[in-house]
Ligand binder design. Structure first.
Ligand code: GLN
Length: 603
């Protein structure tokens, strides 16, 4: 099958390749060596899947696309406050090489124009052990996920003709925005612009910004979230120079262009985009690169300000424990208790990535049910990422719940919740929804005065199987049972066995397990507690066992074999009929509960 995403990008490439507007930049003479027809487009998902079309392996110098990445480096090295002393974040509305310095402070308007970029390059430390440019080249290599080199010829060409940038640097020096030696700083800025990349590299570099500062291919973290946000903010307002307003209006992505024809765009959390084609417009932006980004944005609906419709799907479902209990089997009396008292426990299953609006939904659900609910179970099995601010809101909600005297349990099988989110709050976090439900069931049963199943013994004549029998009948039936003990860990029923016995669990916990076909690992399906009858269905239809039951603790059972049952049929037909009826009633009750839960969970 053709790849739909790749085909869409190919469609964009094909359309945009028709245009041959613009011209090679000649402010750096060596750039006129480029083949004007080269054209590549790359999209890399924030988790590292790559889509590449056209001339994506052609090397070119990164030029001003570098400015976004060195700005990130400076923020990372010095912190936001120190960097703000040297460069602002206001769009200049002027050309990339304008002399846009704040008249009162001498501070360049923003780091995306040359004046700001030179001030930023100067912020990368120049140490004797490690020259500034080595640090820059190393960081760019980590962004690209491969070792990059730089183009000495382009560097020499710019160095020989870069009078304007030298003038800007000297102005910066005169206002104390950079130190000495001015020439060294400018040369490092030229080297930075001469770093050689491909469109494929720029795609990975953009995806690193889309992935909150972690290179999705190598897993290398280059920036923390807060600095990624700052870089993207400045790219949004200043990245395309004096075309930035139109760019945000039409394309709606933080972006950065370079005069050699590269453009990167970033949709946080989703995609990094790169386009390369050397012909540029009067502002120094690649004509095809800009057109490609515009078309990709509309083909994939990438405009940052388009509201994603996440809010309605946050709550997967919400129900009371009385409507769907844990998978564990208990005597009918206990199920009756849970059916009544379980109405005070609300289970809320969340789904998808969580945002502020998700917590608003959850909080609304909590507040509007608070009069009837004393315990909330929040299931995170189907949720993806929980970012920091959402985590803070979740913490605030948990705090309010606990302060209101409610109990909160969170099931987090995938470990999506950072433990620090709930640190110090009395919340129980479990590895599964079933476990959280089980904890609540035990509380409800204990509150109703029901004995702890682990220390209960149920005598033979107390089982529901023997109900409605006369003393006479009971005397004929009970001796047919044999008592059997299983040591903890031993097998009571093995999958595939002949189903020729029914078990009454008198003491201990039996555990139904299923071997996963993929891994061969046995998983707990359900626990069975004293008072429960099991194995009867197979006995009635002479099938084979479909699951395995183990003794989870030492177990004592009363067992009735099919042979005994058949004997009863020939000698005491009425007792036999009554027994089979009781077995059916018990099985029907279980089936009723199961289908009610299934209907609720499907609905
Ligand atoms: N090295 C170029 C310069 O400083 C970069 C300009 C650009 O890519 N817009 O002039």
């Amino acid at each position: 099958m053709r790849d739909t995403i790749l085909r869409t990008i190919e469609g964009v490439h094909e359309q945009v390749a028709q245009s041959d507007g613009g011209a090679l930049a000649d402010d750096i003479p060596a750039l006129t060596r480029a083949d004007p027809d080269h054209f590549g487009i790359v999209m890399v998902t924030a988790d590292g899947r790559r889509y590449e079309v056209g001339d994506v392996q052609v090397p070119f110098t990164v030029q001003s696309v570098s400015k976004a990445f060195t700005y990130g480096m400076a923020l990372h090295a010095h912190g936001e406050a120190a960097v703000a002393q040297r460069v602002g974040v206001e769009p200049s509305g002027e050309a990339f090489n304008s002399i846009s310095l704040d008249p009162s402070t001498g501070r360049p308007r923003n780091p995306m124009i040359n004046a700001g970029a030179i001030a930023v390059t100067a912020l990368i430390p120049e140490l004797s052990a490690r020259p500034r440019f080595a640090t820059i080249l190393d960081a760019f290599s980590r962004y690209a996920g491969r070792e990059l080199d730089w183009d000495r010829e382009v560097f020499a060409s710019e160095s020989a003709t870069g009078f304007r940038n030298r003038a800007i640097a000297n102005l910066l020096r005169s206002r104390g925005m950079i130190g000495d030696p001015v020439d060294g700083i400018v040369e490092d800025y030229f080297r930075q612009c001469a770093i050689e990349v491909t469109c494929a590299d720029l795609g990975v570099m953009a995806a690193t910004l889309a992935n909150s500062g972690v290179n999705p291919i190598t897993g290398d973290r280059l920036l923390d979230d807060a600095n990624v946000e700052r870089v993207l903010a400045v790219m949004s307002t200043c990245g395309m120079y004096d075309a930035s307003g139109t760019w945000v209006y039409e394309v709606g992505l933080p972006a950065k262009s370079g005069v050699s024809g590269g453009v990167v765009g970033v949709l946080p959390g989703q995609f990094g985009i790169a386009a390369f084609s050397p012909r540029v417009d009067a502002r120094g932006n690649s004509v095809r690169g800009v057109a490609a980004c515009r078309k990709l944005s509309s083909a994939f609906d990438l405009h940052l300000l388009r509201a994603p419709s996440l809010s309605t799907h946050t709550i997967r479902r919400s129900y009371r424990l009385s409507e769907a209990a844990s998978s564990h089997s208990r005597p009918d009396v206990d199920h009756a208790v849970l059916g009544a008292r379980g109405a005070s426990v609300l289970i809320v299953e969340l789904q998808g990535d969580l945002f502020a609006i998700s917590i608003e939904r959850l909080a609304h659900e909590v507040v509007s049910t608070a009069a009837q609910i004393s315990t909330y179970i929040v299931d995170l099995k189907h949720t993806g990422a929980i970012d920091r601010s959402t985590g803070r809101l979740l913490r605030a909600l948990a705090t309010d719940l606990v302060a209101d005297g409610k109990q909160l349990l969170i099931a987090d099988p995938g470990g999506v919740l950072d433990p620090s989110v709930l640190a110090g709050i009395e919340v129980t976090v479990t590895a599964s929804l079933d476990l959280a439900t089980l904890i609540c069931e035990q509380q409800l049963l204990a509150a109703a005065g029901r004995p702890d199943p682990e220390s209960t013994r149920v005598e033979l004549d107390a089982f529901e199987l023997t109900r409605h029998l006369t003393d006479h009948d009971r005397a004929r039936l009970l001796p047919r049972f044999t008592e059997r003990r299983y040591a903890a860990g031993s097998v009571i029923i093995a999958q595939g066995d002949d189903a020729d016995e029914v078990f009454l669990l008198a003491e201990g916990v039996a555990r139904e397990v299923r071997r996963r076909p993929d891994s061969g690992i046995s998983e707990r399906m359900a626990d069975l507690y004293p008072g429960v009858t099991f194995g009867e269905l197979g006995l009635l239809n002479q099938a084979r066992r479909t699951t395995t039951l183990l003794a989870a603790t030492d177990v004592r059972c009363f067992v009735l074999t099919r042979a005994q049952l058949m004997q009863l049929r020939s000698t005491d037909h009425l007792v036999y009929t009554r027994i089979v009826e009781n077995l059916l009633v018990g099985a029907a009750e279980r089936l009723r509960r199961t289908s009610q839960e299934t209907a609720m969970l499907r609905g």
